[in-house]
Design a protein around this ligand. Structure first.
Ligand code: FES
Length: 227
């Protein structure tokens, strides 16, 4: 790939021509909120819709994770349109998320908390009605627990589960009922899980969490090459 010079918020940045814009921005110290992006995932899943930016010459904001760098492009991160789109996407994610930070194993390491704090947003919804899910929590696996009510459908666990060659996690149902689950909703202990803990390591929220006997470091070590 050839080198490209472009600007982000008026500051000159260098990256490889054709590199992914989200990673190029993050690697150069510019923050763009993101939940579903994984460096190894091609094409990007682009489900969270948090990474909107504006590019001069384009008619509408675009998700940075699906855009590539080109020489001379001018990217703007915090235009009113981009902010409005990502704030709306964040609210929609929260409207489904079981918010119980105080009792959540991911409290203070949750990506939703991080994004809210970086963007100056609140986790408690004011405009949208919360649509709580009341799905069963799966604690059957000896090493981790899955709480689908906290899942933000980012697909990271589905992707790493496939990458690990297991592929027991996938999406089921449609629309508002979409959920990550095992085949036919079998308990994790009865699915062919190889206990790699890759899903736990990549979950950005408290949906997939290691049981107290397992350290997150062990989980992260299992997928250090993916995140
Ligand atoms: S990071 Fe781009 S849509 Fe999720």
């Amino acid at each position: 790939m050839k080198p490209a010079t472009f600007t982000i918020d008026g500051i000159e940045v260098k990256a490889q021509q054709g590199a992914n814009l989200l990673w190029a921005a993050l690697d150069n110290g510019f923050y763009i909120p993101n939940l579903c992006a994984m460096r190894e995932a091609a094409p990007p899943f682009a489900s969270c819709r948090l990474c909107f930016v504006e590019i001069e010459g384009r008619t509408a904001p675009i998700t940075a994770c699906t855009e590539t760098v080109s020489d001379g492009m001018a990217v703007h991160l915090n235009t009113p349109k981009a902010q409005r789109l990502r704030n709306r996407a964040f609210e929609l994610l929260l409207s489904h998320h079981h918010l119980d930070c105080r009792n959540c194993a991911k409290n203070r390491s949750c990506e939703l908390q991080n994004i809210a704090s970086r963007l100056g947003l609140k986790l408690k919804l004011k405009r949208l009605r919360r649509i709580p899910r009341e799905l069963s929590i799966d604690s059957s696996h000896p090493l981790f627990t899955y709480n689908p009510n906290k899942c933000v459908l980012c697909a990271k666990c589905v992707m790493v589960c496939h990458d690990q060659g297991t592929g027991i996690l996938d999406f089921a149902f449609r629309g508002i009922d979409t959920a990550v689950t095992t085949l036919a909703g079998a308990p994790l202990a009865e699915a062919a899980c190889n206990s790699c803990l890759a899903c736990v390591a990549v979950c950005p929220v408290g949906a997939l969490v290691a049981k107290p006997s397992v350290s997150l470091e062990e989980a992260k070590a299992a997928v250090a090459h993916l995140i």
